[in-house]
Design a binder for this molecule. Structure first.
Ligand code: HEC
Length: 118
């Protein structure tokens, strides 16, 4: 591959990645989202309507309502192991979501969109 072809391929790949995360009309598969949350023990620390160790998903949805970067922020939150503050004041790395196959963007996006729709 010559240099121009290579940069074209890179540009196309980057474009595809952006498209994959575009917020345009996206139908949430609630059952798949809940199943993934259950498999990952998210529901040990979160519920839809009440706070546990982590905030209720309904509250998270309210907090991010109308924010264009909501999806990107939450994807980062559940994939990066960033610090999470617990109600007792201690901090630990937030759980990183596991999918099968690993790091499946569509499944992660679906879970985040489900949380944002609560
Ligand atoms: C061991 C407990 C625990 C588990 C397990 C857990 N979380 Fe959390 N989560 C927290 C805590 C605590 C916070 C609050 C973080 C903060 O405000 O610093 C949080 C915050 C969040 C937020 C809000 C982030 C924000 O920016 O407001 C989302 C969304 C979230 N978790 C999703 C998930 C998902 C999805 C899973 C499963 C893959 C999960 N959590 C598993 C404890 C947990």
């Amino acid at each position: 591959m010559n240099c121009i072809q290579r940069s074209l391929v890179t540009t196309l790949a980057a474009g595809a990645a952006v498209l994959a995360f575009a917020p345009a009309a996206f139908a949430v598969d609630a059952d798949a989202a809940k199943a993934l949350a259950r498999q990952n023990n998210c529901l040990k620390c979160h519920a839809v309507d009440k706070d546990k160790d982590g905030p209720a998903y309904h509250k998270v949805a309210e907090k991010y309502k109308g924010k264009p970067d909501a999806e990107a922020k939450l994807i980062h939150h559940i994939t990066s192991g960033e610090k999470a503050k617990f109600p007792d004041g201690h901090e630990e790395e937030h759980k990183i979501v596991k999918t099968s196959p690993p790091k499946d963007e569509a499944q992660i996006k679906n879970l985040v969109q489900w949380i944002l729709s609560q």
